[in-house]
Design a protein around this ligand. Structure first.
Ligand SMILES: Cc1ncc(COP(=O)(O)O)c(C=O)c1O
Length: 441
């Protein structure tokens, strides 16, 4: 291990994202190396990864196929523009991704992150509505407790108050569907809850209110970052029907649910609903190089591109759209998913994962356990007057006992790499259960 990885001598300069900087820098926890199901800390401890990094290292850490593809590409060509030029590997990566996207969604726009994918999807939706002569459709509908990253578009359609309150101005012409979380109706449900499909009907109310000005609805098939909200049975199908009825595009944000997380290549397949536009990032490159993408239905691509005057058809893109190193990583990562059938692997271990998660239900302060695919949420009763404190303390205990979990509010989210095996799950859930018990003592 090199010296810098082992012990940085200055923690001040890095303003850490979504972090309690002062608390972290007072007691830093540093990860220095990763392999397979494990991280290794700078002081040499092994930490089992219960969260696939940040829901992104779906194929496990340090996959040699991906590392080698990146190294090889870096030596061949470090960078080339994709504005009015191209390089083969970007086209190959797009074609490779399109082999796995839902039927029809085979036009791929590359970005560098989930946030950029969300903003790109919203912009494409607006451009499409205008291209087909529905330019009055400028309104974007998100959902309470939705997370679509931190750009102004994603933040505005997102439904997490804490992520918005510091920033004042949001996009205009945005509205939100109600979230689908209900402890009263759905606590301790395994898989999709029975209650809540009717919440999609709120879109009818919005159409009554906003008329034909709605361009698109964006939702996560399963909302992850906001605390694992599993879609109620029939909810997404209902949303699809209503969008079709009213000329509204349906966007699935699959930044978390893509790449096998729900036991299918994309979540759309698992929930049996095909969106018009689908965003992805994270697992696309197994997180080895930042990359996001937006899969767009051919009909939308054709409407925007074929209806445009000669010249650039969509005034949007990033310097690094289709970056060679990211494209190489994506091709290798998609190949790993396909060759090892990681979605099937996730499906096979899902029942064991589900049982393990629900074995926590009787522990003190556990008020809900919910799960789908290889995602589980364990909701804790907040400490009176100290929201998030209980979960953060459980997080620290687990980390110090060698297990990485993730918390959001007082909800613990688990999303291990899809290569997880039963002994890993035993260790993760035993450690988590012990930490929850210890915090109650
Ligand atoms: C559903 C969803 N959309 C968008 C994002 C934002 O992705 P990024 O952090 O890569 O910008 C995330 C990140 O967790 C996400 O879960």
């Amino acid at each position: 291990m090199n010296e810098i990885a082992a012990r940085p001598n200055n923690l001040d300069a890095f303003w850490m994202p979504f972090t309690a900087n002062r608390a972290y820098k007072a007691t830093p926890r540093l990860l220095a190396r990763a392999e397979g199901m494990h991280y290794f800390t700078n002081d040499g401890r092994t930490v089992i990864d219960g969260t696939a990094g940040l829901w992104c290292v779906n194929a496990g850490h340090g996959r040699p196929e991906i590392t080698e593809a990146i190294q090889k590409q870096a030596a061949v060509m470090d960078f080339a523009p994709t504005f009015q030029l191209g390089h083969p590997i970007a086209f190959q990566a797009a074609a490779k991704v399109a082999e796995h996207t839902p039927p029809g969604l085979d036009r791929i726009f590359f970005t560098n992150s989930g946030s950029e994918s969300a903003d790109t999807a919203l912009k494409i939706a607006l451009a499409y509505q205008r291209a087909r002569g529905e330019g009055q459709r400028v309104r974007l509908i998100g959902r309470e407790r939705g997370y679509h990253g931190v750009g102004f578009g994603g933040m505005s359609v997102g439904g997490i108050g804490g992520n918005r309150k510091q920033f004042g101005a949001q996009l205009p012409y945005v509205d939100h569907l109600p979230h689908t979380h209900s402890l009263e109706h759905n606590a301790f449900t395994r898989g999709e809850p029975a209650w809540g499909a009717h919440l999609a009907d709120d879109l009818e109310r919005m159409v009554a209110l906003h008329g034909d000005t709605i361009a698109a609805v964006i939702v996560e098939p399963l909302a992850g970052s906001t605390g694992v909200l599993v879609p109620p049975k029939g909810y997404l199908a209902r949303l699809r029907t209503l969008c079709d009825k009213h000329g509204i595009l349906l966007i699935f944000d699959e930044v978390i649910t893509g790449f096998g997380r729900l036991g299918t290549f994309f979540g759309a397949e698992r929930v049996g609903v095909t969106p018009d536009i689908l965003t992805m990032a994270k697992g696309l490159t197994n997180a080895a190089v930042p990359m996001g993408a937006v899969a767009v239905h051919d009909r939308i691509y054709r409407a925007v591109v074929d209806n445009a005057p000669d010249g650039i058809e969509l005034f949007h893109g990033y310097t690094y759209s289709g970056h060679p190193l990211a494209a190489a990583a994506a091709i290798a990562a998609v190949d790993v998913h396909a060759r090892e059938d990681l979605p099937a692997r996730a499906r096979a271990i899902e029942p064991y994962f589900e049982d393990a998660a629900h074995s926590l239900r009787d522990l003190p302060n556990v008020i809900d356990v919910r799960n789908m695919g290889l995602v589980a949420g364990i909701e804790l009763q907040p400490r009176p007057g100290k929201p998030t404190d209980r979960a953060v303390r459980v997080f620290h205990r687990c980390f110090d006992d060698g297990v990485l979990i993730r918390t959001t509010g007082d909800i613990i989210a688990l999303s291990p790499p899809l290569i997880v095996e039963k002994p890993h799950l035993d260790r993760i859930f035993e450690t988590l259960g012990a930490a929850i018990r210890a915090e109650a003592a």
